[in-house]
Design a protein around this ligand. Structure first.
Ligand code: AMP
Length: 372
């Protein structure tokens, strides 16, 4: 889940699919348990917001029931009565029946009040209310709500049927209103030796970004013989990837060190799909996102020559041996290149020709960055 932009506003992930599923299924079970055996209730969904909730709830209910939907609409009443609500779609005879209202969200309770007013003359056997979400801080009524899926703070939410000006109903998760993203974050991507480090140095100055190279952070830790360094060394020496959990935690710690950054250049991260997903979650929790993956594309033989050359002076043990270099390419091709698809699917992949002078390549990257 990453942040959403709907019309002029930004929303960040709030409640995941599996949590929603658990809440809905729990509600349906409770409602079922509380009904007398063989009771056939009439479920009344309040449109539009409840359509996904009602569909999932009714599937989980696991018993005979009738289902109907109504919609509350405002119309201008006489001057004395002001703005009056009317209900459309309600044709059923509900005399002596158990009627269960399905609401997606109850905040002030105004809508619920209208519904109560309408249903109180219907001679039902009982009237119950199920609401997926409830905002206790703004609820102003004395009305009973029999079942609440989840109480939430008073922030605007969208998704799973709920909209902002018509948009957002289609998302299977719930998102919460968030401030606009402040950062521009890029993933600088490319095989070992493509020139990511060199380019990152120029970019960070041009755009006041923070450059995080996971390889550099690991090497720093190895040099200082930290616990992390000792752990990473055996993988790095062989050109293998350090385990995701270690790398992801380290990356998060590096980001947290720079809360006021204009943005980050992620270099050498993410390298696996699960790192990419972890990064998306981590950033979207802050209302931020990856704006682009900028990939330097360079032929492999050019890279081997560059790396062996670098190995003569860099002191990097993984740069001196062609077999180890080839292993890093192998890692890149088998694990890392999947990320191209990952970002391409989000329309965030930008391939850049990585052959040419350093300045030319910087210019090519800047052209992309300026459009973000
Ligand atoms: P680099 O300097 O980016 O070429 O990285 C050098 C080595 O550090 C890699 O071969 C890995 O052993 C380790 N490493 C760097 N970044 C990551 C990452 N995102 N995930 C796992 N291992 C990494």
């Amino acid at each position: 889940m990453s942040i959403l932009k709907l019309h002029d506003l930004y929303f960040k992930p709030f409640i995941q699919k599996n949590e929603i599923r658990a809440i809905v299924s729990h509600l349906a079970k409770q409602v079922k348990e509380d009904l007398p055996k063989n009771e056939v209730p009439i479920f009344i969904g309040i449109l539009n917001g409840c359509f996904l909730f009602a569909a999932d709830f009714i599937r989980e209910f696991n018993g005979d029931c009738e289902v109907s939907f109504v919609k509350l609409t405002s119309y201008e009443g006489t001057k004395s009565s002001g703005n009056v609500k009317q209900i459309i779609g309600l044709q059923k005879d509900m005399t002596n029946r158990t009627v269960i209202i399905l609401e997606d969200i109850i905040d002030t309770g105004n809508t619920l009040q209208e519904i109560y007013n309408i249903f109180k003359n219907k001679n039902t056997k009982q009237l119950k209310v199920v609401s997926l979400f409830f905002k206790p801080d703004v609820f102003r009524k004395e009305l009973p709500i029999d079942y609440i899926g989840k109480s939430i703070e008073d922030k605007f939410i969208v998704g799973y049927g709920l909209d902002y000006n018509g948009l957002g109903r289609n998302y299977p998760e719930i998102y919460q209103l968030s401030i606009p993203p402040k950062m521009k974050n890029i993933v600088l991507f490319g095989p070992p030796g493509a020139g990511k480090g060199t380019q990152a140095n120029f970019l960070k100055k041009m755009y006041q970004l923070v450059h995080i190279s996971t390889g550099d952070v690991f090497r720093f830790n190895i040099k200082n013989q930290t616990e992390l360094g000792l752990l990473a060394k055996k993988y790095m020496d062989e050109g293998d990837l350090v385990p995701d959990e270690v790398t992801i935690n380290m990356l998060k710690a590096e980001v947290e060190k720079n809360p006021d950054a204009n943005g980050f250049i992620f270099d050498g991260f993410p390298r696996t799909q699960s790192q990419a997903e972890a990064l998306d979650h981590f950033l979207s929790d802050k209302g931020e996102q990856i704006n682009a993956m900028i990939a330097l594309e360079v032929p492999e033989d050019t890279l081997v020559t560059r790396l062996l050359e670098r190995g003569k002076t860099s002191g990097r043990t993984d740069d001196t041996d062609e077999a180890k270099i080839r292993n890093r390419f192998n890692e890149y091709n088998t694990k890392t290149a999947i990320l191209k698809d990952y970002f391409e699917a989000q329309n965030k992949y930008y391939g850049i020709n990585g052959v040419g002078s350093i300045e030319d390549i910087t210019k090519r990257i800047a052209e992309v960055f300026d459009t973000l």
